[in-house]
Write a protein that binds this ligand. Structure first.
Ligand SMILES: O=P(O)(O)OC[C@H]1O[C@H](O)[C@H](O)[C@@H](O)[C@@H]1O
Length: 307
Protein backbone atom coordinates (compact mmCIF):
# COMPACT_ATOMS: atom_id res chain seq x y z
CA UNK A 1 0.00 0.00 0.00
CA UNK A 2 1.25 3.51 -0.81
CA UNK A 3 1.56 5.69 2.30
CA UNK A 4 0.24 9.28 2.43
CA UNK A 5 3.66 10.87 2.00
CA UNK A 6 4.57 8.66 -1.00
CA UNK A 7 1.16 9.40 -2.49
CA UNK A 8 1.79 13.12 -2.07
CA UNK A 9 5.30 12.78 -3.56
CA UNK A 10 3.96 10.84 -6.56
CA UNK A 11 1.15 13.35 -7.15
CA UNK A 12 3.62 16.30 -7.06
CA UNK A 13 6.02 14.45 -9.33
CA UNK A 14 3.29 13.72 -11.90
CA UNK A 15 2.06 17.29 -11.69
CA UNK A 16 5.58 18.57 -12.37
CA UNK A 17 5.77 16.37 -15.49
CA UNK A 18 2.46 17.82 -16.72
CA UNK A 19 3.67 21.36 -15.96
CA UNK A 20 6.91 20.82 -17.84
CA UNK A 21 5.07 19.45 -20.88
CA UNK A 22 2.62 22.35 -20.83
CA UNK A 23 5.49 24.85 -20.64
CA UNK A 24 7.52 23.23 -23.40
CA UNK A 25 4.65 22.50 -25.77
CA UNK A 26 2.28 25.37 -25.32
CA UNK A 27 -0.26 25.49 -28.17
CA UNK A 28 -3.90 26.51 -28.44
CA UNK A 29 -6.02 23.35 -28.33
CA UNK A 30 -3.37 21.18 -26.65
CA UNK A 31 -3.20 20.21 -22.99
CA UNK A 32 -1.67 17.48 -20.87
CA UNK A 33 -3.48 15.39 -18.31
CA UNK A 34 -3.12 12.29 -16.21
CA UNK A 35 -5.27 9.73 -17.94
CA UNK A 36 -6.37 6.33 -16.76
CA UNK A 37 -3.82 4.50 -14.63
CA UNK A 38 -2.32 7.98 -13.93
CA UNK A 39 -0.51 7.75 -17.25
CA UNK A 40 0.29 11.00 -19.05
CA UNK A 41 -1.75 11.84 -22.12
CA UNK A 42 -1.84 14.73 -24.58
CA UNK A 43 -5.35 15.96 -25.28
CA UNK A 44 -6.19 17.86 -28.47
CA UNK A 45 -9.37 19.89 -28.74
CA UNK A 46 -9.72 22.18 -31.72
CA UNK A 47 -12.53 23.35 -34.02
CA UNK A 48 -11.56 20.46 -36.31
CA UNK A 49 -11.38 17.50 -33.96
CA UNK A 50 -10.77 16.01 -30.54
CA UNK A 51 -8.04 13.48 -29.92
CA UNK A 52 -5.94 11.87 -27.22
CA UNK A 53 -2.61 10.11 -27.21
CA UNK A 54 -0.88 8.47 -24.24
CA UNK A 55 2.90 8.87 -24.08
CA UNK A 56 2.90 5.27 -22.87
CA UNK A 57 3.03 3.27 -26.10
CA UNK A 58 2.46 6.46 -28.17
CA UNK A 59 -1.03 5.07 -27.94
CA UNK A 60 -3.85 6.96 -29.64
CA UNK A 61 -7.03 6.34 -27.66
CA UNK A 62 -9.46 8.87 -29.15
CA UNK A 63 -10.19 10.66 -32.38
CA UNK A 64 -13.41 12.45 -33.18
CA UNK A 65 -13.76 14.91 -36.03
CA UNK A 66 -16.08 17.82 -35.17
CA UNK A 67 -19.73 16.93 -35.69
CA UNK A 68 -19.03 13.16 -35.94
CA UNK A 69 -19.10 10.29 -33.49
CA UNK A 70 -15.74 8.91 -32.25
CA UNK A 71 -13.84 6.91 -34.84
CA UNK A 72 -11.56 4.83 -32.63
CA UNK A 73 -12.94 2.07 -30.43
CA UNK A 74 -11.75 1.60 -26.84
CA UNK A 75 -12.57 -1.29 -24.55
CA UNK A 76 -14.22 -0.41 -21.24
CA UNK A 77 -12.16 -3.25 -19.78
CA UNK A 78 -8.77 -1.98 -20.97
CA UNK A 79 -5.93 -2.10 -18.52
CA UNK A 80 -3.86 1.08 -18.17
CA UNK A 81 -0.73 -0.22 -16.52
CA UNK A 82 2.94 -0.02 -17.42
CA UNK A 83 4.06 -3.34 -18.88
CA UNK A 84 0.62 -4.18 -20.31
CA UNK A 85 -0.90 -3.07 -23.62
CA UNK A 86 -3.90 -0.75 -23.83
CA UNK A 87 -6.92 -2.40 -25.51
CA UNK A 88 -8.35 -0.24 -28.29
CA UNK A 89 -7.32 2.91 -30.14
CA UNK A 90 -4.15 2.40 -32.17
CA UNK A 91 -1.53 0.14 -30.59
CA UNK A 92 1.79 0.16 -32.45
CA UNK A 93 3.06 -3.34 -33.21
CA UNK A 94 6.85 -3.33 -33.64
CA UNK A 95 9.40 -4.92 -34.21
CA UNK A 96 7.36 -8.09 -34.62
CA UNK A 97 3.68 -8.86 -35.15
CA UNK A 98 1.93 -11.51 -33.02
CA UNK A 99 4.17 -13.85 -31.04
CA UNK A 100 7.93 -13.38 -31.26
CA UNK A 101 9.27 -15.82 -33.89
CA UNK A 102 11.62 -17.62 -31.46
CA UNK A 103 11.02 -16.38 -27.90
CA UNK A 104 7.60 -17.37 -26.50
CA UNK A 105 8.25 -15.21 -23.40
CA UNK A 106 8.62 -12.02 -25.46
CA UNK A 107 5.60 -9.68 -25.50
CA UNK A 108 2.98 -10.20 -28.21
CA UNK A 109 3.28 -7.62 -31.00
CA UNK A 110 6.67 -6.35 -29.77
CA UNK A 111 7.84 -3.70 -27.32
CA UNK A 112 6.73 -0.46 -28.92
CA UNK A 113 3.23 -0.46 -27.44
CA UNK A 114 4.45 -1.09 -23.87
CA UNK A 115 7.20 1.47 -23.53
CA UNK A 116 7.37 5.15 -22.77
CA UNK A 117 7.70 7.51 -25.73
CA UNK A 118 8.91 11.10 -25.55
CA UNK A 119 6.99 13.99 -27.01
CA UNK A 120 9.51 15.70 -29.29
CA UNK A 121 7.44 18.39 -30.98
CA UNK A 122 3.98 19.95 -31.05
CA UNK A 123 2.91 22.28 -33.83
CA UNK A 124 -0.24 23.89 -35.14
CA UNK A 125 -0.66 25.02 -38.73
CA UNK A 126 -2.62 27.97 -40.08
CA UNK A 127 -5.78 25.85 -40.43
CA UNK A 128 -5.73 24.72 -36.79
CA UNK A 129 -4.35 21.24 -37.52
CA UNK A 130 -2.31 19.98 -34.55
CA UNK A 131 0.73 17.81 -35.23
CA UNK A 132 2.41 15.87 -32.42
CA UNK A 133 5.69 14.02 -32.89
CA UNK A 134 6.74 11.29 -30.48
CA UNK A 135 9.92 9.24 -30.48
CA UNK A 136 11.58 6.31 -28.81
CA UNK A 137 14.27 3.78 -29.57
CA UNK A 138 14.28 0.01 -29.46
CA UNK A 139 17.59 -1.81 -29.86
CA UNK A 140 19.28 -0.18 -32.88
CA UNK A 141 16.04 1.36 -34.17
CA UNK A 142 14.94 4.94 -33.71
CA UNK A 143 11.17 5.28 -34.03
CA UNK A 144 9.28 8.45 -34.84
CA UNK A 145 5.50 8.67 -34.65
CA UNK A 146 3.88 11.76 -36.07
CA UNK A 147 0.17 12.20 -35.54
CA UNK A 148 -1.82 14.91 -37.31
CA UNK A 149 -5.18 15.83 -35.79
CA UNK A 150 -7.22 17.58 -38.48
CA UNK A 151 -10.56 16.65 -40.03
CA UNK A 152 -8.82 13.33 -40.54
CA UNK A 153 -6.29 11.52 -38.36
CA UNK A 154 -3.00 11.10 -40.19
CA UNK A 155 -0.27 8.86 -38.78
CA UNK A 156 3.30 8.64 -39.98
CA UNK A 157 5.48 5.88 -38.54
CA UNK A 158 9.18 6.13 -39.31
CA UNK A 159 11.78 3.51 -38.46
CA UNK A 160 15.47 4.22 -38.79
CA UNK A 161 18.25 1.72 -38.22
CA UNK A 162 21.39 3.13 -36.61
CA UNK A 163 24.34 3.49 -38.96
CA UNK A 164 26.34 1.67 -36.27
CA UNK A 165 24.13 -1.44 -36.45
CA UNK A 166 25.92 -4.67 -37.02
CA UNK A 167 24.47 -5.45 -40.50
CA UNK A 168 20.93 -5.42 -41.88
CA UNK A 169 17.97 -5.99 -39.58
CA UNK A 170 14.40 -6.87 -40.51
CA UNK A 171 11.19 -6.08 -38.65
CA UNK A 172 7.42 -6.27 -38.85
CA UNK A 173 5.09 -3.37 -38.10
CA UNK A 174 1.39 -2.64 -37.73
CA UNK A 175 -0.81 0.29 -36.81
CA UNK A 176 -3.36 -1.92 -35.11
CA UNK A 177 -6.32 0.42 -35.61
CA UNK A 178 -9.51 -0.42 -33.68
CA UNK A 179 -12.44 1.16 -35.54
CA UNK A 180 -15.72 1.78 -33.83
CA UNK A 181 -18.88 0.39 -35.49
CA UNK A 182 -22.46 0.41 -34.32
CA UNK A 183 -23.08 -3.22 -35.29
CA UNK A 184 -20.34 -5.45 -36.73
CA UNK A 185 -22.96 -7.77 -38.22
CA UNK A 186 -24.12 -4.96 -40.50
CA UNK A 187 -20.61 -3.70 -41.34
CA UNK A 188 -18.72 -4.22 -44.61
CA UNK A 189 -15.13 -3.62 -45.63
CA UNK A 190 -14.29 -2.75 -49.22
CA UNK A 191 -10.81 -2.64 -50.72
CA UNK A 192 -9.47 -6.14 -50.07
CA UNK A 193 -11.47 -8.01 -52.73
CA UNK A 194 -8.45 -8.84 -54.88
CA UNK A 195 -6.00 -9.73 -52.09
CA UNK A 196 -5.18 -13.28 -50.99
CA UNK A 197 -4.86 -13.84 -47.28
CA UNK A 198 -3.61 -16.04 -44.45
CA UNK A 199 -6.53 -17.18 -42.34
CA UNK A 200 -5.41 -17.33 -38.69
CA UNK A 201 -8.76 -18.82 -37.71
CA UNK A 202 -8.03 -21.75 -40.06
CA UNK A 203 -4.45 -22.63 -39.09
CA UNK A 204 -2.91 -19.77 -41.15
CA UNK A 205 -4.01 -21.43 -44.41
CA UNK A 206 -3.33 -19.28 -47.47
CA UNK A 207 -6.60 -18.52 -49.22
CA UNK A 208 -7.27 -16.93 -52.59
CA UNK A 209 -8.91 -13.56 -53.12
CA UNK A 210 -12.68 -13.72 -52.70
CA UNK A 211 -13.60 -10.88 -55.10
CA UNK A 212 -16.10 -9.82 -52.47
CA UNK A 213 -16.23 -7.20 -49.77
CA UNK A 214 -15.79 -8.55 -46.23
CA UNK A 215 -18.77 -9.04 -44.00
CA UNK A 216 -18.75 -10.59 -40.55
CA UNK A 217 -20.56 -13.72 -39.41
CA UNK A 218 -17.98 -15.15 -37.02
CA UNK A 219 -14.42 -14.72 -35.76
CA UNK A 220 -12.23 -13.06 -38.37
CA UNK A 221 -8.42 -12.88 -38.14
CA UNK A 222 -6.87 -12.46 -41.56
CA UNK A 223 -3.62 -11.09 -42.89
CA UNK A 224 -4.22 -9.80 -46.41
CA UNK A 225 -1.12 -9.73 -48.61
CA UNK A 226 -0.19 -7.40 -51.42
CA UNK A 227 -2.96 -5.25 -50.06
CA UNK A 228 -1.75 -1.71 -50.58
CA UNK A 229 -5.17 -0.29 -51.50
CA UNK A 230 -7.29 1.98 -49.33
CA UNK A 231 -10.02 0.31 -47.29
CA UNK A 232 -13.50 1.63 -46.66
CA UNK A 233 -15.41 0.43 -43.63
CA UNK A 234 -19.15 0.85 -44.19
CA UNK A 235 -20.85 1.11 -40.83
CA UNK A 236 -24.32 0.49 -42.25
CA UNK A 237 -26.15 0.69 -38.91
CA UNK A 238 -24.63 4.10 -38.23
CA UNK A 239 -24.94 5.22 -41.86
CA UNK A 240 -21.37 6.33 -42.11
CA UNK A 241 -18.15 5.11 -43.70
CA UNK A 242 -14.58 5.35 -42.52
CA UNK A 243 -11.74 5.37 -45.00
CA UNK A 244 -8.24 4.13 -44.25
CA UNK A 245 -5.76 5.39 -46.79
CA UNK A 246 -2.20 4.19 -46.45
CA UNK A 247 1.25 4.19 -48.00
CA UNK A 248 4.23 1.83 -47.91
CA UNK A 249 2.08 -0.91 -46.40
CA UNK A 250 1.73 -4.22 -48.23
CA UNK A 251 -0.53 -5.95 -45.70
CA UNK A 252 -3.86 -5.26 -44.06
CA UNK A 253 -4.92 -7.26 -41.03
CA UNK A 254 -8.63 -7.56 -40.30
CA UNK A 255 -9.64 -8.78 -36.86
CA UNK A 256 -12.81 -9.31 -34.88
CA UNK A 257 -12.59 -11.84 -32.03
CA UNK A 258 -16.36 -12.61 -32.02
CA UNK A 259 -17.99 -14.24 -28.98
CA UNK A 260 -15.75 -16.92 -27.45
CA UNK A 261 -12.46 -15.03 -27.78
CA UNK A 262 -14.04 -11.88 -26.34
CA UNK A 263 -15.14 -13.84 -23.29
CA UNK A 264 -11.67 -15.38 -22.97
CA UNK A 265 -9.80 -12.03 -23.05
CA UNK A 266 -9.63 -10.40 -19.61
CA UNK A 267 -9.20 -6.89 -20.99
CA UNK A 268 -12.09 -7.14 -23.45
CA UNK A 269 -15.79 -6.96 -22.55
CA UNK A 270 -17.85 -10.07 -23.34
CA UNK A 271 -20.14 -8.19 -25.75
CA UNK A 272 -17.67 -5.64 -27.06
CA UNK A 273 -16.93 -7.61 -30.26
CA UNK A 274 -20.20 -6.19 -31.60
CA UNK A 275 -18.93 -2.63 -31.71
CA UNK A 276 -15.40 -2.90 -33.15
CA UNK A 277 -13.27 -4.12 -35.99
CA UNK A 278 -9.52 -3.79 -36.45
CA UNK A 279 -8.22 -2.72 -39.83
CA UNK A 280 -4.47 -2.76 -39.44
CA UNK A 281 -2.02 -1.01 -41.74
CA UNK A 282 0.92 -3.39 -41.70
CA UNK A 283 4.01 -4.98 -43.15
CA UNK A 284 4.37 -8.50 -41.83
CA UNK A 285 6.07 -11.63 -43.14
CA UNK A 286 6.52 -12.22 -46.06
CA UNK A 287 6.37 -8.43 -46.45
CA UNK A 288 8.57 -7.64 -43.45
CA UNK A 289 10.97 -4.76 -43.98
CA UNK A 290 14.74 -5.10 -44.05
CA UNK A 291 16.92 -2.07 -43.38
CA UNK A 292 20.62 -1.62 -43.90
CA UNK A 293 22.60 0.36 -41.27
CA UNK A 294 21.60 4.02 -41.65
CA UNK A 295 18.48 3.09 -43.66
CA UNK A 296 14.93 4.19 -42.90
CA UNK A 297 11.37 3.27 -43.72
CA UNK A 298 8.15 5.29 -43.44
CA UNK A 299 4.62 3.84 -43.34
CA UNK A 300 1.54 6.06 -43.16
CA UNK A 301 -2.17 5.70 -42.53
CA UNK A 302 -4.90 8.31 -42.72
CA UNK A 303 -8.28 7.67 -41.16
CA UNK A 304 -11.24 9.80 -42.14
CA UNK A 305 -15.01 9.81 -42.07
CA UNK A 306 -16.16 9.89 -45.68
CA UNK A 307 -19.93 9.99 -45.33
O1 LIG B 1 -4.46 -9.29 -27.83
P1 LIG B 1 -3.43 -8.60 -28.68
O2 LIG B 1 -2.03 -9.05 -28.39
O3 LIG B 1 -3.54 -7.10 -28.62
O4 LIG B 1 -3.73 -9.03 -30.18
C1 LIG B 1 -4.98 -8.84 -30.73
C2 LIG B 1 -5.03 -9.38 -32.16
O5 LIG B 1 -4.08 -8.67 -32.93
C3 LIG B 1 -4.06 -8.98 -34.34
O6 LIG B 1 -5.21 -8.55 -34.97
C4 LIG B 1 -3.84 -10.47 -34.57
O7 LIG B 1 -4.03 -10.81 -35.92
C5 LIG B 1 -4.79 -11.29 -33.69
O8 LIG B 1 -4.43 -12.66 -33.81
C6 LIG B 1 -4.70 -10.85 -32.25
O9 LIG B 1 -5.57 -11.64 -31.47
Amino acid sequence: MIGRSSHFFLASFMQSILDQLALKFSLPGLRFELGRGRLVKAVVETDLAEGEIYLYGAHLTHFQPAGEAGVLWMSDESVFEVGKPIRGGVPICFPWFGPHPTDPAAPLHGDARIRHWDLEAAEIDGDGVVILTLATSIDDFTLTYQVTFGRSLAILFRVELSKHANGSVSFEEALHTYCSVQDIQQALIEGLESASYADKVDGMKRKPATDESIHFTGECDRIYFTAAADCILHDTAMRRSIKIRKSNSQCTVVWNPWIDKSVAMRDFGDDEWQSMVCIETANVAPHSIELKPGGSHVMTAEISVVS
